[in-house]
Design a protein around this ligand. Structure first.
Ligand code: SF4
Ligand code: SF4
Length: 367
């Protein structure tokens, strides 16, 4: 059986108690002497925005393992392309202050190495160097929706282990697939393979404040009041999807991880609390398909998604143009989109600080 610990968690003031309970429920023993904590540090948002792992959770985990006499690192590569952006994110999220005196920071956009990857398309990647040096990698992920992959959970969180420009490379690699489905499936398979490479032995999910709607940064904050943990991130995401009220099989990374034999749903044993008691109904991202089978095929044949700018929210900062992997955005006061170049990766939507990039649907034959 694969244990997934699930507990109710009212507030971040209870972080220490919750982390200890989750680890106890899993009966997790600390291996080795070097530990790497990998929080979600997407962008420099304060913890109340629910974009990043809450600093109290990172602190509680660092505190717990520091008592075991191990060396602790906290590492990530933010959604930006530079080491400076990751450093700013480390500070602005509150994680830097939270782990002061407990852990050392390692910036994956500065200290990285080339490793092999067992993926059908991408064979070599650059990832944070401390990952292979650690005896234990702990994935500290966030319960959120995602417009490209439907949810950001434990598996998607390891995308941050890639060195800056490699994230762009991965989006580009699949962005030119013939259909949006092939794009998302190819990218999701890469995420599953990348996660298997990083192989965190413990995954703890912060779902006290979560995000619904068009995440991972432009959605709405929701109090989900849950925390989850498992040694198997794929099974953890499966249970988390159910907590969100989503069909797990509509999350590409979950479906593909089952196809690849990463876990069998029937093998999951939920301990601590029950899915039925804690289940919610998260607003779905606009890209979530409610349809099944033939109706879904017809809908996809008629409608397509596209990105646009809401000029009333845009502050003309140009971050979307800098982040676009396909160079499909030029700034002419406001962003202008070259839809022939756009690969629908939604990076502009993800990285806009003002939620000014909107996703719309249009009839395919309409120009
Ligand atoms: S990132 Fe957002 S706010 Fe900045 S220019 Fe682009 S749309 Fe406008
Ligand atoms: S315009 Fe936006 S969705 Fe299109 S390729 Fe650029 S970042 Fe991705």
């Amino acid at each position: 059986m694969i244990k997934v610990a699930l507990i109710k968690a009212e507030d971040y003031s209870e972080s220490k108690k919750c982390v200890e309970r989750l680890i106890k429920l899993l009966d997790f023993k600390t291996p080795g002497k070097k530990i790497l904590l990998k929080p979600n540090m997407l962008d420099p948002y304060g913890p109340e925005k629910a974009v990043t792992t809450h600093p109290e959770i990172v602190k509680a985990v660092a505190n717990y393992f520091s008592k075991k006499g191990v060396k602790i690192y906290v590492g990530d590569g933010s959604g930006g392309k530079t080491p400076e952006k990751t450093l700013t994110t480390f500070e602005k999220t509150g994680i830097k202050d939270a782990v002061k005196g407990l852990a050392e920071f390692t910036n994956f956009d500065e200290d990285y190495e080339r490793v092999g990857l067992d993926n059908k398309d991408i064979k070599k990647i650059l990832i944070g160097k401390k990952i292979s040096e650690a005896d234990l990698v702990i994935n500290l992920c966030k319960l959120k929706t995602h417009v490209l992959t439907i949810m950001t959970g434990a598996v998607k969180n390891t995308f941050g282990c890639l060195y800056g420009s490699q994230k762009k490379m991965a989006h580009i690699r699949y962005g030119y697939a013939k259909s949006p489905k092939k794009n998302v499936d190819g990218f999701s398979e890469f995420l599953v393979d990348l996660h298997s490479k990083i192989n965190p032995q413990l995954n703890i999910m912060d779902g006290i404040l979560a995000m619904e709607g068009n995440g991972p940064s432009a959605g709405e904050v929701i109090k989900a009041n849950v925390m989850l943990a498992s040694t198997n991130a794929f099974a953890l995401d499966y249970v988390a999807a159910k907590i969100m009220g989503f069909d797990p099989m509509k999350i590409p990374t979950i479906r593909i991880s089952i196809e690849k034999g990463k876990f069998i749903p029937a093998d999951i044993e939920v301990v601590g609390g029950s899915i039925e008691d804690l289940k919610m109904s998260f607003k779905k991202p606009i890209t979530y398909s409610q349809n099944e089978g033939i109706i879904k095929k017809i809908f996809n044949a008629i409608f397509s998604s596209y990105v646009d700018v809401d000029k009333s929210s845009c502050i003309k900062c140009g971050k979307c143009a800098i982040q676009c992997p396909a160079e499909a955005i030029t700034m002419n006061e406001y962003p202008n989109f070259d839809y022939k170049k756009c690969i629908l990766c939604y990076c502009c939507h993800e990285m806009c600080p003002k939620k000014a990039i909107v996703i719309k649907k249009k009839l395919k034959f309409k120009k």
